[in-house]
Design a protein around this ligand. Structure first.
Ligand code: GLP
Length: 242
């Protein structure tokens, strides 16, 4: 059963989860973090950056693995998740960019991208704390409804709904890639602690399905119920269907 924490604001969630990450790094300077993109974890990264900078915390040995990446964006595209992770996490916090990995989304070598990523996570000893957002479709990472609960990192097709949601980051909706490389649900479940965040009413149904619904491939977030150590941090609006 997941522990559900209802907080008054995103800022408060950022403090709570950011502090938990600092505690982890202070206990384990070579901690392995699972990083999510999207707007949801931004308050966490902001608070983490504030504490790391303010208290001069050594993060030079921390490793990180992003959940997913778009397929086929040109190298250095500002909306590739490699760029987003650099801009929103690596630079503000001061992580060593070489120790923070993002799946390879280049078409060249895409067949082996999933396997390589799994091997890299294994070689790092697995993820200690995985930050997760949840999409309106209930996706975690980019595991859309229908994804196997045992899936590993692989190429997936994005749903039209997710492409529409993410169109705000691109000049035109047609520019949103059709495919992604995403950690599988099975990959995510191997992390030692999952922290699922969600804010706003638009996420209420996905949160309820994840936390209270039947465990089902039609609600990928519900896979968190299979994990022994899950913390769900939501605001009142995202908790409103619980
Ligand atoms: C994106 C990401 C997910 C993220 C989700 C929610 O498409 N691939 O990892 O959790 O959608 O996005 P947001 O946090 O912006 O609502």
């Amino acid at each position: 059963m997941a522990e559900v924490v209802i907080v008054p604001s995103e800022q408060e969630a950022g403090r709570l989860v950011g502090d938990a990450i600092v505690d982890l790094i202070q206990r384990r300077p070579d901690a392995v973090l699972g990083l999510a993109t999207g707007s949801t974890p931004l308050a966490v990264y902001r608070h983490l950056a504030e504490r790391v900078r303010g208290e001069d915390i050594d993060v030079s040995r921390v490793r990180g693995f992003a959940l997913d990446e778009y397929v086929g964006l040109p190298a250095g595209h500002p909306e590739s998740y490699r760029s987003v992770i650099e801009r929103e996490v690596v630079e503000p916090v001061g992580f060593d960019s070489a120790r923070i990995e993002v799946p390879h989304g280049d078409l060249d070598g895409i067949e082996t991208a999933g396997e390589q990523y799994e091997a890299a996570i294994r070689a790092a000893g697995g993820v200690d704390l995985q930050i997760l957002g949840i999409g309106r479709t209930g996706h975690i990472g980019f595991n859309e409804p229908g994804s196997s609960l045992a899936s590993l990192t692989r190429v997936k097709t994005l749903t039209e709904e997710t492409r529409a949601d993410n169109a705000r980051f691109f000049d035109s909706p047609d520019d949103v890639p059709m495919h992604c490389v995403t950690q599988g649900i099975g990959t995510i479940l191997r992390a030692r602690h999952l922290v699922l965040l969600a804010f706003g009413e638009a996420k209420a149904d996905a949160v309820a399905a994840a936390v209270e619904g039947p465990v089902s491939t039609s609600a990928p977030g519900s896979a968190v119920q299979l994990h022994p150590h899950v913390t769900v941090v939501v605001d009142e609006a995202a908790a409103s269907a619980l």
